[in-house]
Design a binder for this molecule. Structure first.
Ligand code: 2AM
Length: 186
């Protein structure tokens, strides 16, 4: 079985800004630079032939290159804090790409949940239980203090990523990269 998701990679030029935003994290486990990404759709675990069908469907997507804007930090979770992330602006192009990726995955037979897309780059995770009490308060305060964070980059492709779950957190492997077109800009 292959656990996988579709994402926009964070360019090496932007990673240092994101790592700087992690500085002073009061709790949780920081996401290492090589794991930073903007998820377009989490696909779950599937047999290899299904993932190959998804790959072929993703290859058919024609979507324009786009500027991705990162704005402010957030601490996600109901009551507890599950993760700390940097929010991405949901531009028209990003929303369309998210819809195209989900449509491609469904065409390949996947049953994806119909949930609202909240684009973000996770910068810290707080385990399966999440952070509570003092730690949760500190994490929310940390995110609020960094509300002025801004960064942007040009996305010229998106990737199909395999995720391996390990004791010390997940590790990722790019399975395929799909170019975005230069025909239209955001
Ligand atoms: P997250 O950063 O908000 O946790 C790989 O796990 C990527 O897929 C992560 O960016 C993760 O988002 C996203 N994802 C979405 N739904 C998921 C799920 N049910 N399990 C694991 N990852 C999920």
């Amino acid at each position: 079985m292959i656990r996988c998701f579709v994402a926009i990679s964070i360019p090496k030029t932007v990673a240092p800004q994101i790592l700087a935003a992690q500085a002073g994290l009061p709790a949780g486990r920081p996401v290492p630079a090589e794991n930073l990404h903007l998820t377009l759709a989490f696909l779950g675990e599937h047999p290899e032939p299904v993932v190959e069908d998804v790959h072929h469907a993703l290859s058919e997507i024609r979507s324009p290159c786009m500027d991705v804007q990162l704005e402010g930090l957030d601490a996600f979770g109901n009551g507890r804090v599950r993760l700390v992330c940097i929010r991405a602006v949901l531009s028209e192009n990003l929303a369309r790409l998210n819809a195209s990726v989900k449509q491609a995955a469904r065409l390949a037979g996947l049953n994806l949940p119909r949930e609202k897309y909240v684009p973000h780059v996770t910068i810290a995770r707080c385990g399966s239980k999440g952070a509570s009490g003092e730690d949760a308060l500190k994490l929310r305060d940390f995110a609020a203090r960094k509300a002025g964070f801004r960064a942007s980059f040009r996305a010229e492709s998106f990737v199909l990523v395999r995720s391996y779950l390990g004791q010390s957190g997940p590790s990722y492997e790019d399975l395929a990269e799909y170019p975005l077109t230069w025909l239209q800009t955001s």
